[in-house]
Write a protein that binds this ligand. Structure first.
Ligand code: NAP
Length: 299
């Protein structure tokens, strides 16, 4: 594969923002992703807190970010990064389609859904168990839905699912939510959302073909057609293990997005950060591109 100045690994909001900024600075910029551009945006129904948008679908915003980055000259390729190493002053990234040499790398590979790990979760995946409300919610129109988790994703997506399903039960292990108060207030005001707080899911049950119920830690069984698991994210940092410094799996990066490896920058959900939002990911991407520019220029 062709060499470039700045290689961006991951084409979610952080990666696409970095790609736009880097290409606009005149660098030969390549952004790669193993999946369609957009990252976790593709799992979000509506975004209400991205500046300038009263409301936008995740897909719509992903498309706009991709188009904008491409309009500045960034090349966006569909390939998976397999390893990164340093070869003198440059980086060598092995991908499923060959090696890419670059002067700097911005690592913006994002995160994936954490699994619950209870009996039935694996068995009934895609048979009622889901990690994406926008993708699978419409399958459970007028059905009984269970949402697991107490963060922003669980609250936002429970509100979305409550528009589709007959009833939504939120099962959360604590009695306080981790998610934003404004979302919690909306959830509590929604007539068909029921809260199962201070409880966990003991098992997800079914008839072999599809989910039929969920058993809670207090022994009660709730009828369920769909079980949506939103118990957080885990960073996609496997290929950085032993190469860059990590903290609980997240890439350690400073305010300039610099990692422990000179020339390697991290942006978005994959890095250590107190606040993971689309807007902060996009901001990280802009800073990372600026820092990569300074690094290449030797400033
Ligand atoms: P999160 O904030 O990490 O919340 C995960 C939730 O799952 C927590 O309530 C946690 O419980 C629970 N949990 C974790 N492991 C569990 C287990 N093994 N069993 C049962 N429950 C478990 O994750 P998230 O909601 O996916 O959000 C990820 C990031 O994206 C956050 O920074 C969030 O702010 C951001 N986000 C923002 C928006 C928005 O602004 N509209 C929307 C979605 C996501 P505890 O509370 O007890 O730890």
């Amino acid at each position: 594969m062709a060499d470039c100045d700045i290689l961006i690994i991951g084409a979610g909001p952080a990666g696409l923002s970095a790609a736009g900024y880097a290409a606009r600075l005149g660098y030969r910029t390549v952004a790669i992703d193993a999946l369609s551009p957009g990252g976790q945006l593709l799992y979000i129904d509506q975004i209400e807190n991205y500046p300038g948008y009263e409301s936008a679908s995740g897909y719509e915003l992903a498309e706009k970010l991709e188009k904008q980055a491409a309009s500045f000259g960034a090349e966006i390729l569909f390939t998976e990064a397999l390893s990164i190493s340093k070869d003198g002053d440059s980086f060598m990234t092995a991908t499923t389609d060959g090696d890419i040499r670059s002067k700097a790398v911005i690592y913006a590979a994002g995160a994936h859904h954490r699994k619950l790990g209870c009996p039935g979760e694996e068995e009934y995946q895609a048979k009622g168990v889901s990690y994406c409300a926008t993708c699978d919610g419409p399958f459970f129109r007028d059905g009984q839905i269970v949402v697991v988790g107490g963060g922003d994703t669980a609250l936002t997506d429970a509100l979305y699912l409550a528009k589709l399903g007959r009833d939504v039960h939120i099962v959360h292990r604590r009695t306080e939510f981790r998610g934003q108060k404004m979302l919690e207030d909306r959830v509590r005001a929604q007539g068909n959302i029921h809260l199962e707080l201070g409880r966990t899911v003991a098992s997800i049950n079914g008839d072999g073909k599809k989910v039929t119920s969920v058993t809670l830690s207090d022994g009660r069984e709730i009828a369920a057609d769909g079980v949506f698991i939103f118990v957080g994210i885990e960073p996609n940092t496997k290929i950085l293990e032993g190469f860059a410094e990590l903290d609980h799996g997240f890439v350690k990066a400073d305010g300039h997005m610099r990692t422990s490896v000179p020339g390697l920058f991290a942006a978005g959900d994959v890095r250590t950060t107190p606040f993971r939002q689309v807007v902060t990911a996009a901001g990280d991407g802009a800073i990372a591109a600026h820092a990569a520019d300074e690094y290449i220029q030797g400033i």
